[in-house]
Design a protein around this ligand. Sequence first.
Ligand SMILES: Cc1ncc(COP(=O)(O)O)c(C=O)c1O
Length: 383
Amino acid sequence: MNIPLVDLKAQYESIKDEINFAISEVISKSAFIGGPFVESFEKAFAEFCNVKHCIGVGNGTDALFISLKVLGVGPGDEVIVPANSFIATSEAVTLTGARAAFIDIDPKTYNMDPNKLEDCLKSRYALCSMRSANRPKAIIPVHLYGQPADMDPILDLAQKYDLKVVEDAAQAHGAEYKGRKIGSMGDMACFSFYPGKNLGAYGDGGAIVTNNNEFALKARMFANHGRIDKYDHKIEGVNSRLDGLQAGILKVKLKHLPGWTEKRRRNAYLYNEYLKDTALITPYEIEGSKAVYHLYVVRTKEELRAELQEFLRKNGISTGIHYPIALPNLKAYTYLDSNGNDFPEATKASHKIFSLPMYPELEQKQIQYIVKAIAEYSCLFWD
Ligand SMILES: Cc1ncc(COP(=O)(O)O)c(C=O)c1O
């Protein structure tokens, strides 16, 4: 049996006629940039996230960069991000001229640890009273792997320290936290529609959602060369727009997303159940949250991860590591002068975690096959 990490072909096969029709509609109406398909998707996605506004943009990284620009983040500012994420989260901060400040993660959820956030804010404010430079301006909680970050304490701290909150929801379309939709809690929230995401386009795409009218207007302008009307450029911006073809495809897929999410959740519970007698640590959902399992990440003994992955590969099972190097330990951040000791949990996790195949079309018998292979490996090699 061959089981990929993600199976985009299986998804396309299941909705082929609808997708092909949507693509031909966009082409026949030549609605490539802006126009009715983009507007219709933006409206539907705003409703889905339970927010007032959605602005389609070129990709998730741009969504983060544009949101930070709209919030006035720039040189001299610091933006707080978790030490475990894809580089786009911190990259967007640096692109504005601000500096990324990393916070270690909670080893159970792999998301930003609110206690460490509080410690960091206390100490940084002490520093800032002596030096006015690099004052914290915003926090980017990431709902990594589709697991909601613990938003209540993060939002409380943001209010206490007068910080803006930009949710990085690139991996968490449709997830919920204590009855609230991911994307509806921060000042702004950012989604990626990269093809492998839970809601994925057939190319790059992204969106910003917000309840704030002023932020929405500014984001729309900034993403479209600083204009609302054709040649009336109020400011300089960038060219970052969701295109008509991607919007048409995403609108079709959005209808299926709740069903796909349920299947991902069912698959996660099957894995949890079957893996409970192995030495692997399975994902943890914080109370009151509904994770959407963009990835199903397990934790193993450090020294056995590579061997187990290789054993699974030989059995036709693909796995991945998200992410093999914690953000502050990447070469790209050498200039920030931190080291693994500053972020022990993120560093430890990066040596022990790996991702098992996860997608809605994954079948129970495939999960059983994967778990059987893991159990076989455990019997052979685990003490
Ligand atoms: C957590 C996170 N943030 C941001 C991004 C950036 O999204 P994009 O690839 O659409 O630019 C990604 C995408 O991989 C992501 O996983």
